[in-house]
Design a protein around this ligand. Structure first.
Ligand code: UD1
Ligand code: CA
Length: 461
């Protein structure tokens, strides 16, 4: 960076995003479940700038309400007359001699490292460029015979030869508040888009004999911009690929890094394996040697070492102890806390419940608002009837209880240690330790039952 200039960052986020055909401001479109602008702000803040100016236009009030913060200065651009016009709006807010980094709100994958590289570049104007396979829609970088940057030409103003150039303008520029002002004073709308193009300042700076540099992005994917949903999907995948790469580098086995989605923060211990099509949201922490089968949706959850999450499990707000086995087709809802070696099988739902070590609920069960001890067997089809139509009530089950299949436990209720519940029971009273409770109609056998008769009469008289 030049001398001891303060850094100010300007993010252009006022554009209409016409090509998205959406009512939502473009910068609110999500990458990994977070608005694009959120990604940019996070990276921008890593540079500890004096201030971040965000130019808003379409949906300004929505954007401003979402991102209001002490370090952000929102600048309203009432009419979107181009990227140059957007930066003009910021000029009165800039310090005397600040280093100014300009970012595009619709190009959110630029890393703090690249931003820093720009800010540190020894030049009056630096333009971040990239070599891309498909330069369509981007401004092209025109270099002189010595490779020096001469000009940026927008696609619509480019001739055929210029359109064949594969080096594009990422839109990210670095300059200083004084210089940019002088150049912006001189740009006009004499171009195919009839807008004030920020890119026109390059030509002016060159003609002024200033030091102008094209700084090539090391990773061209940082340059990708979002104008439509196809590009949004491309950026989403690129961002996911980066996250997947980090996970694999930390010793996680991803069966296919192209088929994982992390919308938040996922930390995982070495030796863990994640099969395809898993989606992680919020804050998820996975221990060592955890196996996660395909098609799981996991949000805000902690999974301890050696646990196995079988395919198609839906898990939110849960704490899963070591050696647990979950699913396939299990649903753990917020407040599910499983101690070590708990087995939750298919079509079992657990909500706001504590389940002790070694307890098993292997099939077709609802456990809600319950505390269950260690070594309990919950038979198939067991339901904690926790809701009376108005209030929720709790079920308490001690250690080593055996609950037979198809049992309804009508809460509030306590089943003490070592008790047995016979299959098919509807339990409405507490059961003492070691007792067997049976609460079902007695079986009646009718001898020599003739079965339905052909004349339509029933066999029983
Ligand atoms: C721009 C660049 C192009 C570059 C590309 C990279 C210009 C003239 N062109 O083109 O060289 O290759 O980005 O992705 O700069 N915006 C405003 N106010 C406005 C207009 C735009 O805030 O009046 C904001 C938009 O919200 C957007 C960003 O500026 O976040 C870029 O605008 P956009 O219209 O998408 O420019 P491109 O045509 O993509
Ligand atoms: Ca764009």
């Amino acid at each position: 960076m030049r001398s001891n200039q303060k850094i100010e960052i300007c993010i252009l986020a006022a554009g209409l995003g016409k090509r998205m055909k959406s009512d939502q401001p473009k910068v609110l479109q999500p990458i990994a479940g977070e608005p694009m602008l959120e990604h940019l702000l996070r990276s921008a803040r890593a540079l500890a700038p004096l201030r971040i100016h965000v130019v808003t236009g379409k949906g300004a009030s929505q954007v401003e309400a979402l991102f209001a913060a002490a370090d952000i200065n929102f600048v309203h651009q009432a009419e979107q007359k181009g990227t140059g016009h957007a930066v003009m709006q910021v000029l009165p807010h800039l310090g005397e001699a600040s280093r100014l980094l300009i970012l595009l709100g619709d190009a959110p994958l630029i890393t703090p490292r690249t931003m820093q590289r720009m800010v540190d570049a020894d030049c009056d104007l630096g333009v971040l460029t990239a070599e891309v396979a498909d330069p369509h829609n981007y401004g092209r970088v025109i270099r002189g015979s010595g490779g020096e940057l001469l000009q940026i030409v927008e696609e619509r103003d480019a001739d055929e030869q210029q359109q064949r150039i594969g080096e594009i303008n990422t839109g990210v520029m670095v300059t200083d508040s004084q210089s940019v002002k002088q150049w912006l004073d001189r740009i006009d709308t004499n171009n195919a888009q009839q807008e004030y193009l920020l890119t026109d300042i390059v030509d002016l700076a060159v003609k002024d004999g200033k030091q102008v540099q094209a700084i090539k992005a090391i990773d061209a994917t940082e340059a990708l911009g979002v104008n439509d949903f196809e590009q949004l999907a491309t950026l989403e995948r690129e961002h996911q690929r980066r996250l997947a790469r980090e996970l694999m580098r930390s010793g996680i086995h991803l069966i296919d890094p192209a088929r994982i989605d992390i919308r938040g923060k996922l930390t995982a211990g070495a030796g863990s394996r994640i099969d395809v099509n898993c989606v992680f949201e919020g804050e998820c922490t996975i221990g060592k040697n955890v196996m996660i089968g395909p098609n799981c949706w996991i949000k805000d959850t902690l999974i301890d070492d050696n646990a196995v999450i079988n395919p198609n499990s839906v898990i939110e707000g849960a704490v899963i102890g070591s050696d647990c086995s979950i699913g396939p087709f299990a649903r753990l809802r917020p407040g599910a806390r499983l101690e070590r070696d708990v087995h939750i099988g298919n079509f079992v739902e657990v909500k706001q419940s504590r389940i002790g070590e070694g307890t098993k609920a292997s099939h077709l069960t609802y456990i809600g608002d319950a505390t269950i001890g260690a070594g309990v067997n919950i038979g198939a089809g067991t339901i904690t009837c926790n809701y009376d139509g108005i209030d929720k009530h709790e079920t308490h089950i001690g250690d080593k209880v055996f609950v037979g299949s198809n049992t309804a436990l009508v809460a509030p209720i306590t089943i003490s240690d070592g008790a047995w519940i016979a299959a098919g029971s509807t339990i409405t009273r507490d059961v003492a330790p070691g007792n067997l409770a049976i609460a079902r109609g007695r079986q009646r056998d009718i001898e020599d039952w003739a079965g339905p008769q052909a004349d339509g009469k029933s066999g029983e008289s």
